[in-house]
Design a protein around this ligand. Structure first.
Ligand code: AMP
Ligand code: MG
Ligand code: MG
Length: 212
């Protein structure tokens, strides 16, 4: 991987406007060629990435039991690798959001002066998925989940082309090996974090790309 320090030592990243990046990638109920309604989050993974080192410092990861379409479709199981046993008996979204808030507290993310921003691949997670489920079930969620970096935007800034085919195309263009299972939320987060680091290595300074 490129080293912009020129000395073969630790790579030097540009100073960022944030202390931490929170890489998030939901998986949700789905089916082949039909829109599941309401669509519900079934995997909620977040990686805490240090903005000085671009290393993952901590992980929040829970599977979530859906309320309406409780039975995962064979298509959804095949796509995400999430089997019925992984969601049955898990907490529903509001409890998971509560645990996530506690994790953020424990990680010092909610301390005064600590600056963080969510990072997603596309705008679907925080523009569509979470708001629509929150509205349907009347669940409140914190304002800090209403601003984010869509990693496709900074990728476009450094590569010069908006990725048509999502995460895999970004990894390929940045010469980063894909690891894990595509469409597993936690594995997708790890790969998005590698893309984030790959873009940072090009001397990029990240900014919020969208707010609700
Ligand atoms: P991803 O983060 O790309 O793994 O996708 C997030 C969610 O979008 C998945 O859990 C599915 O609910 C939905 N999704 C992704 N790809 C497809 C697809 N090809 N067909 C139907 N739903 C999909
Ligand atoms: Mg995704
Ligand atoms: Mg995913």
């Amino acid at each position: 991987m490129a080293d912009i320090s020129g000395s073969g030592a630790e790579p030097i990243f540009k100073e960022q406007n944030f202390d931490y990046f929170l890489v998030l990638d939901f998986e949700a109920t789905c089916d082949d060629k039909v829109q599941v309604d309401p669509q519900e989050i079934i995997e909620f993974p977040v990686l805490k990435v240090n903005a000085k080192t671009f290393e993952v410092e901590s992980t929040f990861h829970q599977y979530v039991e859906p309320r309406v379409h409780k039975q995962l479709s064979p298509f959804c199981v095949e796509l995400t690798g999430i089997i019925q046993d992984m969601v049955d008996g898990q907490q529903h979204l509001e409890a998971v959001l509560g645990d996530f808030q506690k994790w953020m507290q424990d990680e010092g993310l909610l301390n005064e002066g600590v600056k963080f921003i969510f990072v997603t691949c596309g705008d679907w997670d925080l523009k569509k998925m979470l708001p629509s489920q929150a509205k349907y079930f009347d669940i409140a969620y914190p304002d800090h989940m209403k601003s984010w970096i869509n990693i496709k935007r900074p990728f476009t800034d450094v590569v010069g082309q908006y990725p048509k085919n999502d995460m895999m195309e970004m990894l390929q263009k940045l010469n980063i090996a894909h690891t894990g299972r595509h469409h597993s939320g936690i594995d997708d987060c790890k790969n998005i974090a590698k893309i984030l680091r790959g873009i940072a290595l090009k001397g990029y300074c990240f900014r919020c790309t969208l707010s609700l």
